[in-house]
Design a protein around this ligand. Structure first.
Ligand SMILES: COCCOc1ccc2cc1OCC(=O)N(C)CCCNCc1c[nH]c3ncnc(c13)N2
Length: 278
């Protein structure tokens, strides 16, 4: 039963390890099969030495704590974890269609139907997280996976926090940082609305809106909300309207996630099942 599996002490011997699925900052991810149930999972292997030298043990503990309690079709399940002398192992739901950013690179940009379907499922996942006082703070293509039926899965909760302890730490790409995080000011769940707006733009145009050669220029463009819509690819006025209501400097004026799900562009384009069938 679920309770039993949560209590269970997993070891490497419980799994047949398959091909590597890719390499992250702190370790590799492999496809694996749990021997007793034949259940296919993803096994992320992290080296304790690297976690120690990067001082991210506490962050990983928080991530495991947060993700193991989240249950949502668009959030990658964390079934459990175990460790040995040198490594920490995360037992994760397997996303059969892999990394979204590779798919975005392959297609250059997504159709409005595909973009709206993904944005709507991410909005539902974020509404669920915010309902549990969890903000993700790192919504970007690299952290998104695609399940066997084409459904989107948020993975890599490395930067999520419970809203009562708001540590401001710069992380990864700057493109997704909202103004208040660029200014390291206090921030709340509305950071995820900003990032979702950035993501929606990148789904439709293939590049994030404030991209610039130099970091300093990206900062300036974010703080100015220097939002421009290129003539190509052709994007509907409804999509631009939604993005313009999410990328708003004043955090309280950003479109709330539940309003997003009622926006005409989402109603007209998102597949109600949250699944985009290619
Ligand atoms: C501290 O870590 C927290 C958890 O982070 C992850 C969980 C699961 C992941 C990837 C995660 O972090 C990013 C990362 O390691 N890479 C970018 C390299 C591997 C890419 N995944 C490829 C992949 C394909 N089908 C999958 N089904 C499930 N999980 C996967 C993948 N990867």
């Amino acid at each position: 039963t679920e309770a039993a599996s949560e209590k269970k002490r997993w070891t490497l011997n419980d799994f047949d390890i398959g091909k590597p699925l890719g390499r992250g900052k702190f370790g590799h991810v492999y496809i694996a099969r749990e021997k007793r149930s034949n259940h296919i999972v993803a096994l992320k292997v992290l080296f304790k030495s690297q976690l120690k030298q990067s001082q991210v043990e506490h962050q990983l503990r928080r991530e495991v704590e947060i993700q193991s309690h989240l249950r949502h079709p668009n959030i990658l399940r964390l079934y459990g974890y175990f460790y040995d002398q040198k490594r920490v192992y995360l037992i994760l739901e397997y996303a059969a269609k892999g990394e979204l950013y590779k798919e975005l690179q392959r297609c250059k940009h997504f159709s409005e139907r595909r973009a709206a379907t993904y944005v709507a499922s991410l909005a539902r996942a974020l509404i669920y997280c915010h309902g549990k006082h969890v903000i993700h703070r790192d919504i970007k293509p690299e952290n998104l996976l695609i399940g066997a039926q084409g459904e989107l899965k948020i993975a890599d909760f490395g930067w999520s926090v419970h809203t009562f302890n708001r540590r401001q730490t710069m992380c990864g790409t700057l493109d997704y940082l909202p103004p208040e995080m660029v200014e390291s000011a206090e921030h709340d769940a509305s950071v995820d609305i900003w990032s979702l707006g950035i993501l929606c733009y990148e789904f439709l145009y293939g590049v994030p809106p404030f991209e610039a050669k130099e970091h300093s220029d990206t900062y300036k463009r974010i703080l100015l909300v220097d939002l421009k819509f290129p003539p190509k690819p052709i994007v509907s006025a409804a999509a631009k309207d939604l993005i313009s209501q999410m990328l708003v400097r004043e955090t309280s004026k950003r479109m709330p996630l539940h309003k997003l799900l009622e926006h005409p562009w989402i109603i007209q384009n998102a597949d109600p099942s949250g699944v985009y069938r290619v």
